[in-house]
Design a protein around this ligand. Sequence first.
Ligand code: PA5
Length: 469
Amino acid sequence: MSQSRIQLYYKNVTADVIGKEHGITAEQFSRLADETTPVIEKINKQRTAGKTPYRDLPYNTSNVQQVKELTSDLQENCENLVILGIGGSALGNIALQTALNPFMYNLHKTQRSGPRLFVFDNIDPDQLSSFIEWLDDKIENTIFNVISKSGKTAETAAQFLIFKKILSDRLGPDALQNHIVATTDSKQGTLRKIADQFNFPSLEVPDGVGGRFSILSPVGLFGASFCGIDIDLLLNGARDMDKKVSTEDFFKNPAAINAAVNYHYYNNGKNISVMFPYSCALKDLADWYRQLWAESLGKANDLNGNKVHLGPTPVKAIGTTDQHSQVQLYREGPNNKLFTFLQNKNFNNKLKIAPAPQCAPELNYLQGNDLADLFNVEKTATEFALIKDKRPCLTVLFDKLDPYTVGQFIYLYEVTTSIAGELFNIDTYSQPAVELGKKATFALMGKEEYKNLANEIKHLTELDNNFLV
Ligand code: PA5
């Protein structure tokens, strides 16, 4: 079994490193430990009481078996897998693919051990038309995985209806069940109804698991398994992290420390949380984190019914790219951010930098170095520069990038979010503000039962020429 692991490094948020004004003192850490320890106990109890079913996904062997069976049934002759979904139904798939398959996976046959993967998590007609044109005859060798817990989400439903018609026109209605896999609620909802009527093979979004916590369910596992990612190792990593994040000893629990540090800074003028991966493969996990953090923690009311309007703002920055774009602000702008670097200690590939031409001796320092060393040096250099300006920095250190460490990372951040939600005393698992936008879309698209809402929005649909310049 792989021994690679991830670890959270938190020295660079301490007062010893960045001073008392911005750093966390030993006394403050001890108070955070006192406040957070009962929360760890509480979320462990919630889990045992079945209130947070996402916690048990890494142990769900029947999900894995179903996913593997379906993968092996459909893989033969499949050259393209198209995932239709949005938000929690798409970000996990994108993140796993970017993290665990090679950059040129889709374009280079020898670099892939499954079909090409396309995830459509938007409804831009120009983007989709270009894809449809490319797909052409290849549709015969294409599987569509439509993912929607409710089945009602307008974006996913629209994409699905478009591709269902194309499939039906090209291959005949009887072919639909060989080309569409539905991932949806086990019993109810629009997509479940359609899947049953058309006999689509289907997978379940487990009860009580919201989109943003569903990456380790069939929502994320099917696409990953189909594209050759070792889902056993991924879940194994999540299970191993589960042991760490369940421990009720604050200083041994990386999720507790991570949540407490974020909570402390939110309450002390740093309400922006920047995730800063120094690994291209990890960049979409930062997008997955943005949804997890924003939808879970951005809430109007606390659990006692008080209006609080709280929530740290998650921001994604890319190392080293954003050193040349954002770091000026990060160092000299307001000290209102907590930085979390993601660092890979061992890249899979070595790439030596070639000698510089004689006319450019100033580039000699690069010669013979590995590109990975430059990458990691730049992370340290940026962190040093931030620390100099007393900006707090955490690092998640990956021994290497593989399904096992990525599984650990996912589970670490899911449980961090649960602990942070309890510290903020809000409902981590609801998203009422997202729902209103969905309903307003139904209203504007003419759904009868939303007529009153449509009237309420009407003034926004007609532009006021006095304000057009
Ligand atoms: O996390 C969430 O709950 C959301 O992002 C949903 O996943 C997203 O809105 C899509 O919903 P559905 O799966 O019902 O289509």
